[in-house]
Every structure is written in structure tokens, then in C-alpha cells.
Design a protein around this ligand. Structure first.
Ligand code: UDP
Length: 416
């Protein structure tokens, strides 16, 4: 397992956002946990929401005196094909999982046990990829084991649940992102709901003037800053529905002929489906010169800082941000765009519903037609975009920034 090295981060940096009292409360919450050895395990340090969340949370816990380590599973593409099936199965897709999948899953996890030669007070397992580790540690298992599930498990497919059933009983708590995700068959007896968050102090979320953002979109990505830009930032994945976004754009184009669409997505290390879905997206764009499909295979940088600033530019510089997901654990990209005062049109699914109150902080949609209608309306009404964007930012400040998330975690660790 690869160790992700992170410097401690001070909670005091957030005082300007949350106030002195909230900073003191977090310090008090953390005080009894000083010195606690906490291990976070997930499947990738690059791409996707978990890789986005952990640096801030782990850095802050370290800054508060906890001895936290973040480790990433080692596995080859065949392993990640199995775990992507598990991920899709938990989100309700009909996937076939057979005994050879379990054999491959467990043999890969067998090669990831060295980190357990030391004792841990808490082990936080993110998503299904590392879950099976717990069953391989007879006699070597120490501390409290927590399963942090970031995906929508409200209607899981039976094969995925059966696959994970032998491991769930070892955990003391499942932490889900929405109340409805607590599935009886994946419940170790105790479930906590913790909403995810974005970190306003990272380069991705720092203030970037829309005019400068549009300049970046023009010079680096070839978009015309004088014409309307709509965009979706997401992995190339069926649940993110990039093909549906293209269909909605085509409807919008009938009413707003000068509109341009940017689809922006990296290819995550643990997501072998990405390349295939990226190719399907390009096919669906069918050479339309106003559809720009960017990925880390071409224009989008793989350098972490540059990449973050590029994503920031798309979220800050677009006239309308779309997130047309058909399933979504939470959808950090929605909060990221809202924080930048973007007018957002997003799927009425999963954690997105928790973020946007329809018509207040953006629009929630359930079809291509609805999506196109809301995007067209927003493109035609700049004042409405500004009002929604302003409310969206406040919504995120109140509910979806890192310190609240950190406090929720600390409370759970204190409960043992
Ligand atoms: N992201 C990124 N580059 C991309 C696409 C996504 O950095 O090309 C980031 C995005 O900004 C967000 C995270 O990856 O922080 C995606 O999290 P989300 O919860 O929206 O979706 P997930 O990929 O976890 O399903």
C-alpha cells in the first residue's frame, strides 16, 4: 500500500470562514484524541471525490495532534475492474460478480496487509475496494473499524451486497452521506450520516475572477470567451451522463445558437471504465466544433496544481454549470461550482438534492428536456444566474465546508 505523505494543516487557517468560536470547539473536540493512531485506506490518491476529500481532512487531523496516515491500495487493472463492478452494483447496476472475482479481489488485498504490522486505534475504510482487508487479518486486527461509504447504496444490487456481506460484520459503524443510503444488508448495527464537504482554501476552490477564468478557458482550451459557455466537470462514467449532457446541449443550441459546451474529466486510477466512456462521449459529440471534450489524455493537465486551477477556471468561468448525474453519492463538483457562485443545473438525485433547493440555489432536473430548458432560461437571464449563484455560495458556506465535516468525524471517533 502506498503512503500518501501530507503535511499537518492548522484549523486556525479557517478562522476567517467559521469564526474563532467554531475553531475552539474543534480544538476541544480533538483534544482527547491527541496521539490516536488513525489509518485511512482507499483505492486512489488521484481522481474522484475521496481523493479530493482526504488531503484536507487528514492534514487537519494531523494538525490537531492525531497520528493519521493515508494509504492507497496497490492493485492492477483486473482488480479495479472487479471493484468498479462492486461500485456500480452498490449503485444499483446489474453487474455479474462470480467466484473468480472474489478470488482476484482477495488475492490483491492479501498483498496489501503490511500496514497492519503496526497497531491502529481506528481504521477508516473508504468505499468497497478495501473492505475485504478486515477479513484477512485474523489475530492481527486492532482498533475500531469504520466503513466510510461515499456512494449511493439506497438500492444496491444483490450480487454486490452478497459479495461484501462477509466483511460488514467486522465494522462497528457505517458512515454514509445521506440518510437514505443506510441499507439494512450493509449495516453493521450502527450507521452515521456525514455529509461531505469541499475545502475553500485549496487552489481548486480559491477565488478566481470570472474574467480571468474565461481568459484561461480561451487561451488554454480554445473556447470563445465572448460566447456563452456551459460545462460539466466529471469522470467519464455512465452515472455522470455525459451523453445526456450532449443531448441537452443540442436542445439548448436550438434556442441559444452561440452556446458552447465543455465536458471536462480526468481518468481516475481506479476507474478502468473511464477510457471507454470517454471514447463514447467523443463519438456522441460527432465532430460538433462547439462541443469540447477534454480529458487528461489530451489538454487537461495531470499536474495536480495546474489541474486544480484548470477545474477552477471551468467552474468559475462557465455561464452555467451542469451536473446531469443519474446517480450520485454526493457530488462534490456541485458544491465546488456553487462555492464559485455558479448557476448550477443538476440531476435530482442522491446528495445533489441535499445541496440544491430547486429554484433557490440552482435547478434540479430529471430529464434531458428539463435540463435543456433550465440551462436555456439561465443563459437568457444573467440577473437570475447572479442571484442563484450568490445564494448557492452561502448555502455551501453554511453546510458544506471542511471544518463541519471534520467536526462530524471527530465526534464519531470520540464516541468509541
Ligand atoms: N475532478 C477533477 N478533475 C476532473 C473531474 C473531477 O479534479 O477532471 C474532481 C472534482 O473537482 C471533484 C472530484 O474530482 O473534487 C469528483 O468528486 P464527485 O463527488 O463530484 O464525484 P466522484 O468522482 O467521486 O463520483
Amino acid at each position: 500500500m502506498r503512503r500518501v505523505v501530507l503535511a499537518p494543516k492548522s484549523i486556525c487557517e479557517y478562522e476567517g470562514l467559521i469564526g474563532e468560536e467554531a475553531v475552539s470547539e474543534i480544538k476541544e473536540l480533538a483534544a482527547p484524541l491527541r496521539g490516536a493512531r488513525v489509518l485511512h485506506v482507499n483505492a486512489t490518491a488521484y481522481g474522484g471525490g475521496v481523493a479530493e476529500l482526504l488531503p484536507s481532512l487528514v492534514g487537519l487531523k494531523r494538525g490537531l495532534g492525531l497520528e493519521v496516515e493515508w494509504r492507497v491500495l496497490s492493485g492492477d487493472e483486473t482488480f479495479f475492474e472487479v471493484t468498479k463492478k462492486l461500485h456500480n452494483g452498490l449503485q444499483g447496476m446489474d453487474v455479474g460478480l462470480d467466484p473468480s472475482d472474489r478470488a482476484l479481489y482477495l488475492s490483491t488485498l492479501e498483498g496489501n496487509l503490511e500496514v497492519f504490522s503496526q497497531d491502529w486505534d481506528f481504521v477508516v475504510v473508504h468505499d468497497p475496494q478495501p473492505m475485504g482487508l478486515v477479513g484477512l487479518l485474523d489475530g492481527r486486527r486492532t482498533g475500531h473499524w469504520l466503513w466510510r461509504c461515499h456512494i449511493d447504496t439506497s438500492t444496491p444490487e444483490a450480487a454486490a451486497v452478497d459479495f461484501l456481506a462477509p466483511y460488514i460484520g467486522y465494522f462497528e459503524v457505517a458512515i454514509v452521506s445521506m440518510p437514505g443510503y443506510a441499507t439494512p444488508n450493509l449495516n453493521p448495527g450502527r450507521t452515521e450520516v456525514v455529509l461531505p464537504s469541499i475545502d475553500p482554501l485549496t487552489p481548486k476552490n480559491q477565488a478566481l475572477a470570472p474574467s480571468l477564468a474565461r481568459q484561461i478557458l480561451a487561451t488554454r482550451f480554445g473556447l470563445d470567451p465572448e460566447r456563452p459557455i456551459i460545462s460539466q466537470v466529471s469522470r467519464y462514467d455512465p452515472w455522470k451522463d455525459p451523453l445526456g449532457v450532449i443531448d441537452a446541449y443540442r436542445e439548448v443550441k436550438r434556442r441559444v445558437p452561440e452556446v458552447q459546451l465543455a465536458l471536462v474529466g480526468n481518468l481516475a486510477d481506479d476507474d478502468p471504465e473511464g477510457t471507454e466512456y470517454h471514447a463514447m462521449t467523443l463519438d456522441h459529440a460527432a465532430g460538433d466544433r462547439d462541443i469540447h471534450v477534454f480529458s487528461t489524455l489530451d489538454r487537461l493537465s495531470r499536474d495536480e496544481l495546474t489541474h486544480a486551477l484548470e477545474i477552477n477556471a471551468f467552474q468559475s468561468g462557465s455561464d452555467v454549470v451542469i451536473q446531469k448525474s443519474t446517480r450520485e453519492g454526493f457530488g462534490l463538483v456541485v458544491a465546488e461550482a456553487m462555492w464559485k457562485r455558479a448557476a448550477v443545473v443538476a440531476g435530482r438525485v442522491g446528495g445533489i438534492v441535499e445541496q440544491i433547493e430547486d429554484g433557490v440555489h440552482g435547478y434540479l432536473v430529471s430529464s434531458i428536456e428539463e435540463c435543456a430548458e433550465c440551462v436555456a432560461v439561465l443563459l437568457q437571464k444573467p440577473e437570475l444566474r447572479r442571484e442563484m449563484g450568490a445564494r448557492a455560495r452561502e448555502r455551501v458556506r453554511e453546510r458544506f465546508i471542511t471544518p463541519r465535516h471534520l467536526a462530524d468525524y471527530l465526534r464519531i471517533l470520540r464516541s468509541f
